[in-house]
Write a protein that binds this ligand. Structure first.
Ligand SMILES: Cc1ncc(COP(=O)(O)O)c(C=O)c1O
Length: 367
C-alpha cells in the first residue's frame, strides 16, 4: 500500500490508525448492518458517537460544564459571518486583530455589517508575525475580541493569550485546535473547521461558554443562530455525521496518545527539526515568519528562486514527500505538520532539504 508523507495544509493527513478503523467498520457500523453514512442521525448508535465526540473534545481542552460543543456546517468561513450577526452591534462592535487572510476575511464580514473595529493589523508587513500585546487597541465597548490563533497561509501562530480586560476572546483555531494545551478557559468562544488537524471537511467545531449561546438575537434566521444548535444538541437538522464520527475517532486517538501535552511535544519537535534546517542553511532557505511568531503547525519558507522551488516540489514528490508547495500569496514552500504527521515525516523532509541544498548550491550562486 502506497502512503506518502502528506504535508498538505488542509484537507490534511489523518492518523493512519483512525483511517484503518474507519475502513474496518465501514460496512457494518456498531453491528447495525449499515455504514455510519446510512444510519439515522436520530438512532442510538449515532447518538453515542455524537455525544462521545463532544465529551472527549471538552475533556481534552480541560473545559467543564459551563462550555458547550456545537457542530455546525458552512466551514470556518460561515463563522466569520455568524459571529458578528449573533454578538456585535453598532454600539458594541467586534474588535479584530488581522494577522492573515482568514482573520481579514472575518474582519470584513463584520465590516460589511457595520459592526467592526480594527484592533491591530500586521498586513503592512506581509503578515510575517502576529500582533504583539502592546499593539492591540481593543475598544472598551467591544462585544468581543477576535483573533486567528494560527495563520495557516503565513505560518505564524500566537504564543501568548492576549489580555483584553473584560472583553470576551473569540478565536479561530482552525489549524491548531487540539495541537497543544492552552488555557482554553480564557476564551469565550473557539471554533475550527476540522479539515486540518481533526477530521474530514464538512463540520466546524464551536466550543463556547453556554451563557453566550443559550439565547440569540431575535430576528436571526434559524440556521444562523447559535441557540438553535445549543438547544437541539446540534441535531436541529441532519448533521454531517461522517465528519463528526471521524472527528470523534481523532479525539479518542489524541486521548489514547497521551493528550494535548504529548501532541505539543511532538509538534514542537517536528517544527524544531524543520526550523533548524532553515536556520542552519546559510540563507539558502528563508523562513517567512519572524522567529517569535513561528507556527508549530505550518512551516513556511522560500528558496533562492522560483525555478528551484519548482524543482524542490517535483523532487520531493519522488521521495514520497507530498503537499509542500506554499500558498500563492506567500510563494515558496509550506510544510504542514499537524498532529497526525509522524516525527519521522519531519525527519525525512529535513534530510531531503539538506541534500537538496547541497546538490543545488552552485545553482544558487549563479543567480
Ligand atoms: C485559520 C483558518 N481559518 C479559516 C479557514 C477557512 O475555513 P473553511 O474553508 O472551513 O471555511 C481556513 C482554511 O484554510 C483557515 O486555515
Amino acid at each position: 500500500m502506497k502512503r506518502v508523507y502528506n504535508f498538505n495544509p488542509g484537507p490534511a493527513t489523518l492518523p493512519l490508525e483512525v483511517l484503518k478503523e474507519v475502513q474496518a467498520e465501514f460496512l457494518n457500523f456498531d453491528e447495525t448492518g449499515m455504514s455510519i453514512v446510512e444510519i439515522s442521525h436520530r438512532s442510538k448508535p449515532y447518538e453515542k458517537v455524537h455525544n462521545q465526540a463532544k465529551a472527549d473534545i471538552l475533556e481534552l481542552m480541560g473545559l467543564g460544564d459551563d462550555y458547550e460543543v456545537l457542530f455546525i456546517q458552512g466551514g470556518a468561513s460561515l463563522q466569520f459571518a455568524m459571529l458578528p450577526m449573533n454578538f456585535a452591534s453598532k454600539e458594541k462592535p467586534g474588535a479584530y486583530a488581522v494577522s492573515g487572510i482568514f482573520s481579514r476575511n472575518a474582519y470584513k464580514e463584520a465590516l460589511n455589517l457595520g459592526v467592526a473595529q480594527l484592533a491591530a493589523s500586521t498586513e503592512s508587513e506581509n503578515f510575517v508575525r502576529v500582533p504583539r500585546q502592546d499593539e492591540l487597541k481593543v475598544a472598551e465597548n467591544a462585544a468581543y475580541f477576535h483573533l486567528c490563533y494560527n495563520n495557516t497561509i503565513y505560518g505564524t501562530e500566537y504564543h501568548y493569550i492576549p489580555e483584553v480586560g473584560d472583553v470576551p476572546i473569540f478565536a479561530d483555531m482552525s489549524s491548531d485546535m487540539l495541537s497543544r494545551p492552552i488555557d482554553f478557559k480564557k476564551f469565550s468562544l473557539i471554533y475550527a473547521g476540522v479539515q486540518k488537524n481533526l477530521g474530514p471537511a464538512g463540520v466546524v467545531i464551536v466550543v463556547a461558554k453556554k451563557s453566550l449561546i443559550e439565547k440569540s438575537l431575535d430576528g436571526l434566521p434559524t440556521m444562523l443562530r447559535y441557540d438553535t444548535f445549543y438547544k437541539k444538541n446540534s441535531l436541529y437538522n441532519t448533521p454531517p455525521a461522517f465528519s463528526i464520527y471521524v472527528v470523534g475517532k481523532v479525539a479518542k486517538w489524541i486521548k489514547d496518545s497521551g493528550g494535548l501535552k504529548v501532541m505539543a511535544q511532538r509538534n514542537r519537535k517536528k517544527a524544531q527539526i524543520l526550523y533548524n534546517v532553515i536556520d542552519e542553511s546559510d540563507g539558502f532557505y528563508k523562513g517567512h515568519a519572524q522567529v517569535e511568531s513561528r507556527s508549530f503547525m505550518n512551516v513556511t519558507f522560500r528558496l533562492p528562486n522560483e525555478e528551484l522551488e519548482k524543482k524542490f516540489v517535483a523532487e520531493a514528490l519522488e521521495k514520497n514527500i507530498s503537499g509542500v508547495k506554499g500558498h500563492r500569496l506567500v510563494g515558496g514552500m509550506r510544510a504542514s505538520i499537524y498532529n497526525a504527521m509522524p516525527i519521522e515525516g519531519a525527519e525525512v523532509l529535513a534530510e531531503f532539504m539538506k541534500k537538496f541544498q547541497r546538490k543545488n548550491l552552485n545553482f544558487t550562486k549563479a543567480v
